[in-house]
Design a protein around this ligand. Sequence first.
Ligand code: ADE
Length: 245
Amino acid sequence: MRIDVVSIFPGYFDALDLSLLGRARQRGLIDVRVHDLRDAAHDRHRTVDDTPAGGGAGMVMKPEPWGEMLDGILGSDGADPDPLLIFPSPAGEVFTQRTARSLARERHLVFGCGRYEGIDQRVFDEYSERGRVRLLSIGDYVLNGGEVAAIAMIEAIGRLLPGVVGNPESLVEESHEEEGLLEYPSYTRPAEWRGREVPPVLLSGDHAAVGAWRSEQRIERTRRVRPELLPRELRGEARGRHAAE
Ligand code: ADE
């Protein structure tokens, strides 16, 4: 997969050199290219923002540097004929594990990271007319810009690409993956630490019992922390049980 990222703070994306994603890049599984938006601003101060039309607080990112930068990326060697442009934004659709799975099937993603009060609307309008554009939010809170959100999305997508995570089975039982439930708690050695024991069932060698315990833990944890994620049939069970109590 090819991923281009446009930002006025390319240094944020040094984080993508680390860990599993860094290794995947070295092995050629993901081709990440980071671009400094200021390279497409040609005045003495390399200006990328201006005051909002109609007045108001803050600054808005100018359309010209975005246009030049995105045209360059979309027209570059090896660019896909149908790339997906993603603008991280608190005003976008919420990015979930389902979104990550769907984006992991794309050949070419381009992330445009806005700062300040956002990017001039005409940039979205222009590229929506020419191709596919999505505004995506990583949650209901406001960051200072799209960089951290883009890194979160790139990591969530990148680890789903074939070969990136060493043991693909480890992807299956995670929170949000299997049946939309949270994951079960994990333990390792020693069997006792500061008077706290590993649940005996996990040391029993009874695989069926371990499986049943984990499944129960996932349901319990989801019911306690994120009841809205519980599949309908398990919600029904919860009501039944409370009614019987
Ligand atoms: N930019 C600022 N806040 C954001 C958020 N929550 N998600 C995506 N991009 C953002």
